[in-house]
Design a protein around this ligand. Structure first.
Ligand SMILES: C[S@@+](CC[C@H](N)C(=O)[O-])C[C@H]1O[C@@H](n2cnc3c(N)ncnc32)[C@H](O)[C@@H]1O
Length: 281
């Protein structure tokens, strides 16, 4: 744990101090919500996993990450992804504002015997208590929708090392018509009160704080087949139908890029230049 001292700013800001009202609501929600988030970084690669295309893409972006990197996971929840990111050689600072989630996370880290590699901390992602240029990689799985990205983006950039990357492998988007209908259902609407799902516009706004961005959107009309994938994805017929739907989506999004804003999921990667960009003349 001695590395933590090296990384913190001189006066680390505590999460319980001055937590902004929207963050308090998010924390309250996640302190009570026990449902496990369905996606994980190196999770289920069976054909019955409807999210396979976006998860495969995110895995490619991660590349060979087990190289002694210093990693920050934002909104780590129960630390399942932090344990993956730790690999054999990395160190991962896993932050979340929900004490309840973190306590599950701490137990998982101890059970995995990785307490010397994964450090769960209660911290607000929009008020990072780390020094500038600390992390090689920042990862946040399904978390941007709970953050004020105008505040988070410059913080994220600040703590990235030059040449570092921030990857958000599974961000749900605001405008998919069917998902909008689903989110109006009473059983999920509580979450919607605290979520600000991303749009192509908000991605563009966030990218202004970085030196580069790549994002790819997934699942347009194929969303209709998600229930089929859950039920029949492991059968030949189900797997073929879902594969066809994904391939058609991919084709459609290539020929009509403006449909991307109606997709369900975006996978995002932001860059910090290895050397400061030259001033514009
Ligand atoms: C949808 S869950 C995803 C959890 C985990 N990444 C996973 O994939 O299982 C979003 C997580 O972000 C955390 N979170 C929300 N706002 C946060 C903030 N401002 N700072 C840190 N964590 C936050 C929540 O407490 C919650 O654990």
């Amino acid at each position: 744990m001695k590395h933590i001292d090296v990384l913190f700013e001189e006066n680390p800001r505590s999460v319980s101090r001055d937590l902004a009202e929207p963050c308090r609501e998010v924390r309250k929600y996640f302190d009570q919500e026990v449902r496990k988030h369905p996606s994980c970084l190196l999770g289920n690669i069976s054909p019955s996993n409807f999210l396979l295309p976006s998860e495969t893409h995110a895995r490619k972006l991660l590349g060979d990450y087990d190289n002694g990197a210093c990693i920050l996971e934002v909104g780590c929840g129960d630390c399942v992804d932090s344990l993956t990111l730790a690999g054999r050689h990395n160190r991962v600072w896993a932050i979340d504002i929900s004490e309840r989630r973190l306590s599950d996370g701490r137990q998982n880290v101890i059970a995995a015997g990785k307490a010397d590699q994964v450090f769960p901390l209660c911290m607000d992602a929009t008020r990072l208590a780390f020094s500038d240029n600390t992390f090689d990689l920042i990862v946040g799985n399904s978390v941007l929708l709970f953050l004020d990205i105008e505040v988070f983006a410059p913080e994220c950039y600040r703590v990235l090392k030059p040449g570092g990357r921030a990857i958000f492998p599974n961000e749900s988007m605001a405008l998919h018509p069917l998902m909008k209908l689903r989110r109006a259902l009473p059983q999920v609407s509580a979450r919607e009160r605290i979520a600000r799902r991303i749009t192509i516009d908000s991605i563009n706004r966030m990218s202004r704080h970085f030196d580069g961005v790549m994002h790819r959107e997934f699942y347009l009309w194929s969303v209709l087949l998600a229930p089929l994938a859950a039920r029949y994805g492991s059968t030949r017929f189900g797997a073929t139908a879902v594969h066809f739907a994904h391939t058609f989506d991919d084709f459609l999004l290539r020929i009509v890029p403006r449909f991307r804003k109606y997709c369900w999921i975006s996978v995002l990667e932001f860059h910090k230049a290895a050397s400061p960009p030259l001033p514009r003349s």
